[in-house]
Structures are given as C-alpha cells and as structure tokens.
Design a protein around this ligand. Structure first.
Ligand code: COA
Length: 144
C-alpha cells in the first residue's frame, strides 16, 4: 500500500459524506446497485472506516453489530486504486475494531467476485450462494 494511505474512524459528517461518495461511485455507478438499497438504515448505527491518501478519500467500509454478530460490509476501494493493499487495510481495521469490542468472530456477505479477496484475509465461505441487490453473494466468516 502506498505509504501515505491511512485508515481512520469516521467521526465527522464530512468524512461520512466522503465514504458515501466512494460507495456511490463503486456500488451505484459501477455495479448498478439501486441507491435505495445501497443507503440503508444500518449506516446510522455502524462504525465506519475511511481510507485516506493524504486528504483524498480512496476507500471505505463499515462494521454493524446486531443480534450479537459483528458484520462487516460496504467495503469499497476506488477502481483506479485497487490492488494496492487498501482494501486489506480497511478490512483489518474493521476486524481489529470488532475484536476490541469483544467479538471472537466477524461475518459478511461477500459478492462472489470478491470472495478471493476475503479468502486471502482469513474468511471462509459458509453455505449456499444467494442474491442480494441483484448480485450473487455468499456468507463468509472469520475467527478474530
Ligand atoms: C473488493 C475490494 C474492496 C478489494 O480492495 P483492494 O484494495 O483492491 O484489495 P487489496 O489490494 O487489499 O487486495 C488484498 C489481496 O486480495 C487480492 N484481491 C483483491 N481483490 C480480489 C478479488 N476481487 N478476487 C480475488 N483476490 C482479490 C489481491 O490480489 C491481494 O492479494 P495478495 O495479498 O496476494 O497481493 C475492491 O476490489 C472493491 O472495492 N471492489 C468493488 C466493490 C466490491 O466488490 N466490494 C466488496 C463487496 S462484498
């Protein structure tokens, strides 16, 4: 990963807007996910991470705790910045946060096209493929 890239907790509204901008570019514009599905109520309760190259936002992700589960989601890196270790840094940041909150395990719904990314980072697939927002997914989990 480029040395200037760091991952921070979103603490300000302006940072949340930067994360939403990345998600809009990746999920809505690039992948065609409907805006009303992409922006859901979980954003209000989630812990959000933002990857910054200097002051420029390049990636994001979130951690939602519900029903005793730590669920990672909305992992997105700008297309032109992929393959540089930024996604791994965001994922590690969120896994560390879940661990700090006392969780021994994290779960997520992986797009099949991203399964290899999560496999490389310790997640294992569970169960059948299902569709979410018109995209095939599989549940994965990881011991923290
Ligand atoms: C998935 C995503 C977040 C990965 O971010 P990234 O910054 O490109 O990933 P990294 O550079 O940190 O990759 C870490 C490792 O995973 C591998 N990897 C990355 N994306 C992969 C993919 N889609 N399939 C298989 N392996 C992948 C990398 O080659 C790297 O391997 P290495 O350790 O052997 O070098 C990014 O590709 C993305 O935003 N995709 C579009 C949105 C998306 O699909 N989000 C996930 C929804 S579940």
């Amino acid at each position: 990963m480029s040395t200037q890239v760091k991952v921070v907790e979103v603490t300000e509204r302006s940072q949340m807007q930067q994360a939403w901008m990345i998600r809009r570019l990746v999920f809505i514009d690039e992948q065609g996910v409907p805006a009303e599905i992409e922006l859901d109520a979980d954003d209000a309760i989630a812990f959000h991470a933002l990857a910054l190259d200097g002051t420029v936002p390049v990636g994001c992700g979130r951690l939602v705790v519900r029903d005793g589960l730590a669920k990672i989601g909305r992992m997105a890196v700008l297309r032109e910045r992929r393959g540089q270790g930024i996604g791994r840094s965001i994922l590690t940041f969120l896994m560390d946060r879940a661990r700090q909150q006392g969780f021994a395990r994290a779960v997520l719904h992986a797009q099949l096209s991203a399964e290899g990314f999560y496999l490389k980072n310790g997640f294992l697939p569970e169960g059948e493929i299902f569709e979410e927002a018109g995209i095939p997914h599989r549940r994965m989990s990881c011991q923290l």
